[in-house]
Design a protein around this ligand. Structure first.
Ligand code: FES
Ligand code: FE
Length: 381
């Protein structure tokens, strides 16, 4: 048994109110401990820590959050048929499927002999396993076993289902119980803006490093010279950062940019950044009446891989095609990938003594402090 107070995440049991193996997560750093119950509460007197720290991918903050796993248009449903595809989230294999009746996200596993359901097909609003043809309806229940068509399938023949929603043209999955809605993206519903998706951009890196790169303006003149920055304009001016219970807001960061949006017209722009969730952030870039926003949600694919899904929104330049905007963002993101993948340690250090911070880094400082506060373990050290 480890002692309470040991740094990190642990599985614990409560012997007083619950039987053994009732499971909780106790999280904290230093003195800031908090608890998250799985299937119960923590009103009890005695806790014993019984196991080694929980794997990073079981981080309750992320398990109970929404993550993008596909573009909605990738899952088409046509004329009574449907579509099936595989995805991966927090190290779990997921099957996504759509019929005219439903959109489903399940563990990618058939209960019969463990075949991947993502190899199957949709027939009559059921997902049919590719191995022996078991039929699962939209609730995850097996409703037909072809080898024994006259016998009702056993009650245990039920897929493990996850919550799934479609928003902003993306498919979002939560593996646990979502504590919040999918983050807001105001420009999506604003008729003054058109939206263009881009990505996903794949990083061999953890999500917090990817998000912090997204929040960082100091790298523009070096990594994105000619696009978002210029080596002759390197200074980052003063700006304000506010941290709320919902995240971080950094306002009015002024930057001169040779080509701020792919239209090829230079401008001094003002950024407002928002960290909306541990792995979802947003910026709004303003120049006179022009507004250009990017909503960026980074999916923790597994221990080492992340996928950055972006949606651009702009209220000007109708002559610039969606494809031009996408190509521009592809170039900018391709410039970021090798830098982020090169960063060591791979895990974002939440101890502010571990790396050097400047005043111009205060968005990143606020982000790290906020991650500490909410107890994110994945991708952090
Ligand atoms: Fe799926 Fe047998 S493994 S039906
Ligand atoms: Fe960048």
């Amino acid at each position: 048994m480890a002692a309470i107070g040991q740094r990190g995440w642990h599985q614990v049991i409560c012997e007083i109110r619950h039987s053994f193996c009732a499971e909780f997560v106790l999280a904290g750093r230093g003195d800031a401990w908090r608890s998250t119950a799985r299937g119960g509460d923590l009103r009890c007197d005695i806790l014993w820590i019984i196991s080694q720290p929980i794997a990073m991918l079981d981080d309750p903050v992320l398990v109970n959050d929404w993550h993008v796993v596909a573009r909605a248009s990738d899952l088409r449903s046509a004329d009574g048929a449907g579509d099936v595809r595989a995805a991966r989230l927090l190290g779990r294999d997921i099957v996504l499927w759509r019929s005219p009746e439903c959109l489903c996200a399940w563990q990618d596993l058939c209960l019969h002999r463990g075949a991947k359901l993502s190899g199957g097909r949709v027939v009559n609003d059921c997902l049919v396993c590719p191995y022996h043809g078991w039929n699962y309806d939209g609730s995850g229940r097996c409703v037909r076993i072809p080898a024994q068509p006259s016998q009702p399938p056993p009650a245990r023949a039920r897929a493990t289902t996850f919550r799934v929603v479609e928003k902003y043209g993306l498919v979002w999955v939560c593996l646990g119980t979502p504590v919040e809605d999918v983050p807001a993206f105001a420009e999506w519903d604003d008729d003054a803006f058109r939206t263009v998706d881009s990505g996903p951009y794949l990083f061999q890196a953890h999500g917090p490093r990817v998000i912090e790169n997204f929040l960082d303006v100091g790298h523009f003149p070096f990594v994105h010279a000619g696009f978002l920055g210029d080596p002759a304009h390197t200074e980052v001016g003063e700006y304000e950062v506010e941290t709320t219970s919902d995240g971080v807001i950094a306002r009015d960061i002024r930057v001169w940019q040779p080509d701020p949006d792919g239209t090829g017209r230079s401008a001094e722009v003002s950024y407002t950044y928002r960290v909306l969730r541990p792995l979802t952030a947003y910026f709004l870039k303003s120049h006179q009446e022009q507004r250009f926003a990017i909503f960026n949600s980074v999916t923790p694919v597994d221990e080492t891989r992340s996928a950055s899904w972006m949606i651009m929104a702009l209220n000007y330049s109708p002559e610039t095609s969606d494809e031009q905007l996408r190509r521009y963002q592809d170039v900018v993101s391709a410039q970021d990938v090798p830098i982020v993948e090169s960063q060591r340690p791979e895990l974002l250090p939440l101890d502010l003594q571990a790396e050097l911070h400047l005043r111009s880094d205060r968005t990143a400082i606020a982000y790290r402090r906020w991650l500490t506060k909410i107890g994110l373990r994945y991708g952090t050290a």
